[in-house]
Ligand binder design. Sequence first.
Ligand SMILES: Cc1ncc(COP(=O)(O)O)c(C=O)c1O
Ligand SMILES: NCCCCNCC[C@H](N)C(=O)O
Length: 365
Amino acid sequence: MLQTPYYLIDKTALQRNLEIIDYVRKNSGAKLLLALKCFATWSVFDSMKPYMDGTTSSSLYEVKLGYQKFGGETHAYSVAFADHEIDEVLANSDKIIFNSISQLERFEARAGNKPKGLRLNPGISSSSFDLADPARQFSRLGEGNPERILAIIDRLDGVMIHNNCENADFARFDELLAQVEARYGAILHQLKWVSLGGGISFTKPGYELDKFCQRLRQFAQTYGVQVYLEPGEATVRYTTTLEVSVLDTAFNGKHLAIVDSSTEAHMLDLLIYRETAPIGNETGEHRYQICGKTCLAGDIFGEGNFDAPLQVGDRLSIGDAGGYTMVKKNWFNGVNMPAIAIKEVDGSIRAVREFGYDDYVNSLS
Ligand SMILES: Cc1ncc(COP(=O)(O)O)c(C=O)c1O
Ligand SMILES: NCCCCNCC[C@H](N)C(=O)O
């Protein structure tokens, strides 16, 4: 058995999401690019490639990873590119999307004939989290003024609009898109492509997939554009667990179990968005709070029910640990990083990356 902690990517579960992705691209005509900021575990890229059209990125390193390890179509985007990285960004991408008109003006000559896009910020969004709301007040994420965009439209091939965040409601997506069309229609008609970003939870059970596909197709036809989507979370939701072991138990008014991992180091989004992870089962009679092993008082994964009292050495699975986890893990408190393992469709499990003291030392100097 593998030593905990480790992230366990279940290829059967991943396949379920990939088949929905494939359904969407076939029925909508959209191209779907993996958002590497969410998930960049390249060991499973070979399984993903047949179902997705390529990758999109937020930095030089992501764009290089996508170009080298995933292939297909590679979109380069960054909130701000630096002088010293732009040539390498261009050499490793098929399209470049600038966050601002000033970045476009600065780098367009160096980009030459490479298709160029601009991030458009419509000032409306669907996000329950201020932290992740691209349309928050004073947002730096994209250009919103239609006159300013129209003034440079002949220098653009496309735009990227990312204004959904964990939006599982098709009607809300549709409504937001209609508002974008009303305000930016004159711009959309002059483009070759439009990326509608990520943040759409279309792989969730019950999502109105056919209406979604139809809406994307209609949008593409109205403006004569190729539509792109950039799913991160939707690609990997419910595909991965964080496998941990109980190191200690206690009772402090609640039953506690301390495990060999940490929210801050290994599932950071639980902390920054104040969420809890799926843990345990529905029916167990023994309820525990599952806690990380760092010094942070609030290092808590969540609470769950178990069939029997937890004992030191018990192994637990912390759910939904695929998105924004492996890409964000860190060495806080010197806690060893979880290994990365893959569960094949035949049930066999193999580790594809393990970390140790040398990696910790080499991350510092
Ligand atoms: C531009 C862009 N595209 C795609 C995504 C992926 O979003 P999600 O993982 O919610 O699908 C993000 C998230 O930050 C983003 O900023
Ligand atoms: N589950 C907690 C909310 C996660 C929000 N995801 C944020 C990333 C996203 N791609 C964004 O910033 O738009």
